[in-house]
Design a protein around this ligand. Structure first.
Ligand code: GLN
Ligand code: ZN
Length: 761
């Protein structure tokens, strides 16, 4: 009989209980015991949902902050700066203290994990959370399968300190385990700890442990497979059944995966077709259990259960030891669609969030068991998901009629730059900011008041105008060269546009954790996308009317809107991106018409959309670059900026260049030597580049000297004529008291630098 299994169910809770508990504890409003009790209740609630719907239930999933941090603590990887482990204090110091671990994106998703640091080699089984959780549920009569981040994935995402020379001085830097030597060394050191874990679980009666190994879907070197083999060969000796879960893509080597000495293998059959094709053509071993990930954990659509049933039928021919499951962890989805009562007509019945996904697995099993009534739901799902919905023939026609010329500007960069220079008349090292200014308490209060109908649209708009006026005055006073309106009207750079565009819905309660207690609500692109009316014109034109300096028109780019939203699966991503780009192009035209000379199209999500496997890069970059170019097809005299707030450009700089912007602003304060490396390699870079000299993630006010050092570094590899000076990213999370002196320092530093290179100020 087919079994059902699910994993990764959101820990957030239906009313964001997780967030409230955590933040309550941090603020000292609840005690450690209350926190623990609250977390236990949440955990039980999750487990009940699992047990009402599926056969096999995972445990060890609820982390107080991040599962990679938990794994680091499990193996005793605590960097010496945190001292000895003293319970939750140390835990949250490592997560969010002054010298916290680095936070970074989890594979190609919007979840962020803490990067473990592997100092020394004295690892030991320190915090056995898998065992504690297993016992917690067992005491309540619930048998679970402990789920643990696999050792290979843990190692691939960790860093280890390494001694290097910088400017002639020895410094310690953290590096990924990117050599055979380092990977093998740490695998050797940690295998005994994982083995001890398995033995302790076995003693408690655990039959099976599932290891999450998403790192097996990324391109892998032969030596890495050897390490994986060694890990699982040794761990299988502990005498506990081992299952491996892989997700976000197909496994990087099908045969090698099949040959791992473990009991069960999970496949993501949703992210792309490759795993399924391999199963079809190469088969599956009789002595292993096939865990088929057939329910989408990343997109919120109801599954066409009829199709899933025929897939199950086919899979049963490949393996009669079959378990069906979700393809990727369910925490990429909100908890439930139940409370969403203001969605566009017909959308709710098409949606399926985490709770509904569990039910889909249950229905599939009921049908297989011949349970009465189950087929009705299958028929309903098929009817809903195959009917035409939210189409806009006009938008489709517009995309279909695009030609090569729509993707390029009328003049090449060199000629545009000349016209723009004459027209804008900016000094050397122009200074600017990235867009948002502090979103203070009053801004948030007024937004809520407006949303809940406590103040009128007119009052709200008046308030926003006052904020814009203040921001312009501040910038004029500081002496910045290119101004912004401050983005006070925007709660979120994607949601703001999503609300204004047709074909994109926003939810009321559709929260998803991005890290720690931080949540966001991804919009849902459900139909053809268009812009019924201007989206930013009013605020930008008002700001421009207050000053003779150029104010930047501020838009979120098509790739970022797409990557930070859920999107439909019946239409290629390329097509959706072009639709969004065309809506943005309409906005660009309106801004030009209104006399806006500089338009910034932010693409902070450009990097994270890059596929996990290199072979898929050309297709991604082709549509991503083209959609940016489509949106930014402005007049030659309009200066197009883009912004990306990270510096991991090394591998993709050539593609970024192809976006054909005039100016790009990037992060440069935290990542020390990276810019130098990138631009030493890229010969002939001729676009202007805004150097992010102010680390906006820190409340510290950067000094002139600090910022100057960063500029000097950039000047080593880039002609000074190309350089702008700006913060790393938007300033919305900062306070005016920090922002004003920091920007003053920045502008003063620019003036001094101009003098230094012999340019009249
Ligand atoms: N313009 C946006 C802002 O300043 C950019 C935000 C981002 O890059 N994440 O807030
Ligand atoms: Zn940014």
């Amino acid at each position: 009989m087919v079994r059902t299994f699910a994993f990764g169910f959101p820990k957030l809770g239906e009313k964001r209980e997780f967030k409230k508990l955590l933040e309550g504890f941090w603020k000292g409003k609840i005690s450690e015991e209350e926190l623990k009790n609250g977390m236990d209740r949440l955990n039980l609630w999750r487990i009940r949902l699992y047990s009402e719907n599926v056969d096999i239930i995972p445990s060890n999933e609820l982390s107080y902050y991040d599962f990679m941090l938990d794994t680091a603590l499990m193996v005793g990887a605590i960097p010496s700066r945190f001292g000895e482990y003293k319970g939750l204090n140390t835990y949250f110091e490592m997560a969010r203290g002054r010298n916290a671990l680095e936070l970074t994106k989890w594979f190609n998703t919007n979840y962020h994990y803490l990067v473990p640091e592997l100092e020394g080699e004295n690892f030991k089984l320190l915090i056995n959370k898998p065992l504690e959780e297993y016992k917690f549920f067992k005491d309540k009569g619930i048998e679970t399968v402990p789920q643990v981040i696999g050792l290979f994935t843990f190692l691939k995402l960790s860093k280890a300190p390494k001694r290097v020379e910088e400017d002639g001085l020895p410094v310690i830097v953290l590096e990924k385990l990117n050599t055979e030597e380092s990977l093998t060394e740490f695998a050797q050191a940690l295998i005994p700890v994982y083995k001890e874990l398995l033995e302790s679980l076995k003693n408690e009666g655990v039959k099976r442990v599932n290891f999450e190994e998403p790192a097996l879907v990324v391109d892998m070197e032969p030596y890495e497979w050897e390490v994986v083999n060694k890990i699982y060969k040794e761990l299988s000796e502990a005498g506990v059944e081992i299952g491996i879960l892989t997700y976000y893509d197909s496994v990087s080597d099908y045969e090698k995966y099949l040959n791992l000495p473990v009991k069960a293998l999970h496949f993501d059959l949703v992210s792309n077709k490759e795993n399924l094709e391999n199963l079809r053509s190469k088969g599956f071993p009789e002595d292993k259990e096939l865990i088929a990930g057939i329910i989408n954990g990343r997109q919120p659509w109801r599954a066409n259960l009829k199709e899933k049933l025929s897939l199950i039928e086919e899979l049963l021919k490949i393996s009669n030891n079959l378990t069906i499951a979700n393809a990727q962890p369910l925490y990429h989805l909100p908890v439930t669609v139940e409370p969403e009562d203001e969605l566009p007509e017909g959308l709710k019945e098409r949606l399926s969030f985490a709770k509904e996904k569990l039910r889909e697995l249950k229905i599939l099993k009921e049908v297989l068991e011949g349970k009465e009534g189950a087929l009705e739901e299958v028929d309903f799902a098929e009817k809903v998901m195959t009917s035409v919905f939210a189409e806009n023939p006009e938008v489709k026609r517009r995309v279909a009629s695009l030609t090569e010329k729509d993707f390029s500007r009328d003049l090449p960069y060199k000629e545009r730059a000349k016209i723009q220079n004459d027209h804008l008349n900016l000094p050397l090292f122009p200074t600017t900011t990235i867009g948002s200014f502090p979103q203070t308490q009053d801004v948030r209060k007024m937004r809520t008041a407006y949303r809940t109908g406590k103040i009128s649209e007119e009052e709200y708009k008046k308030f926003i105008r006052e904020k814009i006026k203040y921001a312009i005055e501040v910038q004029e006073d500081i002496g910045l060269d290119v101004l912004v309106h401050g983005e006070f009207e925007r709660s979120d750079m994607v949601e703001y546009f999503a609300i204004k565009m047709d074909g994109i819905a926003t939810t009321k309660h559709g929260w998803v954790l991005s890290y720690g207690s931080r949540v966001y609500r991804p919009p849902i692109i459900y139909g053809d996308v268009s812009r019924p009316e201007p989206m930013t014109l009013e605020e930008i034109s008002y700001a421009q009317s207050l000053t003779s300096k150029p104010v930047k028109g501020m838009l979120t780019g098509p790739v970022t809107i797409l990557n930070w939203s859920y999107y439909r699966e019946d239409v290629p991503k390329r097509e959706i991106a072009y639709q969004i780009a065309l809506a943005l192009l309409d906005e660009v035209k309106d801004l030009e018409e209104a006399g806006i000379k500089i338009i910034q199209i932010d693409e902070p999500a450009f990097r994270e959309g890059v596929p996990l496997k290199k072979k898929d890069w050309p297709e991604y970059f082709d549509w991503a670059i083209k959609s940016f170019r489509l949106a930014s097809r402005a007049k030659p005299e309009t200066q197009i900026h883009t912004h990306m707030c990270y510096s991991e450009f090394n591998e993709i700089i050539e593609y970024i260049y192809e976006m054909d912007f005039d100016v790009i602003s990037i992060e440069a304060s935290r990542s020390k030597g990276e810019i130098i490396e990138v631009f030493e390699k890229f010969k002939g870079w001729d676009r202007q580049i805004g150097i992010g000299v102010y680390d906006i993630h820190s409340p510290a006010i950067p000094t002139k000297e600090e910022m100057r050092t960063i500029m000097k570094r950039a000047m080593k590899v880039l002609p000074k004529e190309l350089l702008w000076i700006n913060p790393d990213c938007g300033l919305k999370t900062r306070r005016w008291e920090e922002v004003i002196p920091a920007l003053r320092n920045m502008v003063d530093m620019a003036k001094e630098l101009r003098e230094e290179v012999g340019v009249k100020v």
